[in-house]
Design a protein around this ligand. Structure first.
Ligand SMILES: Nc1nc2c(ncn2[C@@H]2O[C@H](COP(=O)(O)OP(=O)(O)OP(=O)(O)O)[C@@H](O)[C@H]2O)c(=O)[nH]1
Length: 285
C-alpha cells in the first residue's frame, strides 16, 4: 500500500467543482463499474449531493457476473437509490438511462407545472471515478465525439450543456471523482477494472489476488483458459506461472519463466473479456 499516493488537493478540487455544478441540476447519474460496484463508488460526495435524486448506473454489465449484478441492483434499491445496469458498448443503451431519469423526475416536473412555473428541460450530471464509461455515455448522448474516450484512467477533458431532446439536458463534462483507496482490497479491485494503473500496486500481488479470487469463485475460468490445473496449496503461484507460460509457449528468460509476460497475457485476457463475467465483490461483504 506504501506506493499508493493520496492526493487531498485533487479530491478537494473535484469536490468543489462538483458542488458548484450540482446546484444547477435535477438528477445525478452516478456511474459505477458492475465488476466492482463498491470499490468504484466514491462516498466522498454523499454530503454534496444531499437531496438530489441519484441514479446509480452499473456500467460494463457485459463484463460482470449477471447474477451478482442483479444482487447489487437489489442492494442499492434496499438502500434508497435508484439503480440499473447497462452495457454502454451497445449503441442504444444510453436511451434506457434517460428514460429512467425522466421517470424519476416526472413528479417533480409535474409539481413545478402545477405551481405555474415555466416548462423547462430536466438537467442531469454524470459522475464517476476514472474509466467507468462517463465519456462513452456522454458521447452517445451527444451523438458526436464530444470528449476523448480511452481505456486509460484520466482521459476526460474540457463546459457545455448537451440538449438531448426538449425535455432533457446534460452537462457535457462529467464530474470526475477520485477513487478511494480505503484498503488494499479496494485498491486491487479498482486496478482490476482499469480505474488506476496496475503498476501502482505490486503487480505480482495483484496477479495472485486475481487468480485466487477466480479459482475460488469462478471455478475453471482460469484453468480452462490456459488448459492448466490450479490447486491453491503450497507453492501454487509458482506452478501457476510456469504452467501458463508452458501452455502459452512463453519463452523462458535465461532459463527462468518470464513472469512479466505471463502477467501481461493474463491481465489482457481479463481486460478484453477473454476471462469474462467476473465480479470482484459481493454486496453485504
Ligand atoms: N465492455 C464495455 N466497455 C465499456 C462500457 N462502457 C465503457 N466501456 C469502455 O471503457 C473504457 C473507458 O470508457 P470512458 O468512457 O473513457 O470512461 P471515463 O469514465 O470517461 O474515463 P475517464 O476519462 O478516465 O474519467 C473505454 O474503452 C470504453 O469503450 C461497457 O458498458 N461495456
Amino acid at each position: 500500500m506504501a506506493q499508493i499516493q493520496w492526493f487531498p488537493g485533487h479530491m478537494a478540487k473535484a469536490k468543489r467543482e462538483i458542488a458548484e455544478k450540482i446546484k444547477l441540476i435535477d438528477i445525478v447519474v452516478e456511474l459505477v463499474d458492475a465488476r466492482a460496484p463498491y470499490s468504484s463508488k466514491n462516498p466522498l460526495f454523499n454530503g454534496i449531493v444531499n437531496n438530489k435524486p441519484r441514479l446509480i448506473v452499473m456500467t460494463k454489465e457485459d463484463l460482470a457476473n449477471p447474477k451478482i449484478t442483479k444482487k447489487w441492483i437489489q442492494y442499492y434499491k434496499d438502500h434508497g437509490y435508484y439503480a440499473m445496469s447497462v452495457n454502454l458498448k451497445q449503441f442504444n443503451e444510453y436511451k434506457k438511462i434517460i428514460q429512467v431519469c425522466k421517470e424519476i423526475l416526472k413528479d417533480k416536473m409535474e409539481r413545478e407545472a402545477k405551481k405555474g412555473l415555466k416548462p423547462r428541460a430536466m438537467r442531469a450530471m454524470v459522475l464517476g471515478i476514472p474509466n467507468v464509461g462517463k465519456s462513452t455515455f456522454i458521447n452517445r448522448l451527444a451523438k458526436r465525439k464530444a470528449t476523448v474516450t480511452g481505456n486509460k484512467p484520466g482521459v476526460t477533458k474540457a463546459q457545455q450543456i448537451i440538449k438531448v431532446d426538449k425535455d432533457f439536458e446534460l452537462f457535457d463534462t462529467p464530474g470526475v471523482l477520485w477513487p478511494k483507496f480505503e484498503n488494499e482490497t479496494v485498491a486491487r479491485n479498482i486496478a482490476l477494472i482499469g480505474s488506476i494503473k496496475q503498476q501502482i500496486l505490486p503487480r505480482e500481488d495483484l496477479f495472485m489476488y486475481a487468480v485466487e479470487h477466480l479459482v475460488k469463485n469462478y471455478p475453471r475460468s482460469v484453468e480452462n483458459r490456459y488448459q492448466i490445473e490450479i490447486d491453491l496449496e503450497g507453492d501454487w503461484i509458482e506452478k501457476c506461472y510456469d504452467d501458463i507460460a508452458s501452455n502459452k509457449k512463453i519463452k523462458p528468460v535465461r532459463g527462468i519463466t518470464d513472469y512479466e509476460r505471463v502477467m501481461d497475457m493474463f491481465f489482457t485476457d481479463l481486460f478484453d473479456g477473454a476471462i469474462a463475467n467476473v465480479t470482484w465483490e459481493l454486496p453485504y461483504e
